[in-house]
Write a protein that binds this ligand. Sequence first.
Ligand code: FES
Ligand SMILES: [Fe+2]
Length: 351
Amino acid sequence: MGNARIFPLNAWYAVAWSHEVGQRELLARTICNRKIALWRKADNTIAAIEDACWHRLLPLSMGWLENENVVCRYHGLAFDGQGQCTRMPGQEKPTASAKVRGYPALERHRFVWIWPGDPAAAKPELIPDMHWNDDPDWEGDGKTMFAKCDYRLLVDNLLDLTHEAFVHSTSIGHVTVAETPLTTTSDERTVTVKRLMPDVEAPPFWRAQLGKPGNVDRWQIIRFEAPCTIVLDVGVAPTGTGAFDGDRSQGVNGRVLNTITPETDTTCMYFWSLLRNYRMRDQSLTTQLREANARIFMEDQIVVEQQQKEIDARPDYRLRNLVIDAGSMRARRIIDKMIESEPAPVGDVAA
Ligand code: FES
Ligand SMILES: [Fe+2]
């Protein structure tokens, strides 16, 4: 225990919101125990290279950008978006072998994604589906949580919404959620956990969104896409209006998009957004919902960070599993398989 790698490297990980990566400033991020410097090139594509100068290891993110290249703050070596050294002060031509590692980087669904593993395997179609984020039929916004925990604790948290009844008892929580049985299905890359709650009282949040009295049919469909993306399809409709049979037109529907990128073994970046398909282009509602959701997620943050402290204090303790943990157990098995199928990366400090 303790030393095994807990995340696959051959996967796309969100590292930033698109708007966080610009053409003037460098952004420093850590993913999968790798320090990376990011910026945007003149053609708008993203450059991502190892954040350590080839010469004396000063983080390149401490330097600056000059003609699309990063200049090291210490002795002025310049590196291009591939990590190739393009200028060496005091030499007419830079040494050809002067190179830091470059990472495949792409922008999609309002996020910047990086592939920390084998570049040859980095296929764009493997980017997790979060298309609601820039789909004109959906409206919403989100934030980033920097959490001091193993990213899998947040995967566990999202795959089991039983915790809503206890962690979020004052907002979205309702005992019905904990009492309703769930179904779990999975394939090689995904796990789906479904809870359908027919004819229940609407919790305060959904009551307000629906704006109609009476009981509701409520659904929570959670889809995990390995290794760390979870999309929640949630909503309510007046009882018996056909929501469980595919007609959600009388109800309100939300998508909570979550992708949780490991920074280190015990810290992560959690990117989330909350989308809706009603009251479109209502910016004040968008802001209100985003902030309300951020407050709800702070309740989760307290739980998972404390959990991590207890895990650190008892490194040999095996977390117990209940029926409600079926989804997260399958997810963790998929993650473990991905890790096992990868060759141990050379020089990987965490392996
Ligand atoms: S450490 Fe970067 S140029 Fe010397
Ligand atoms: Fe939660």
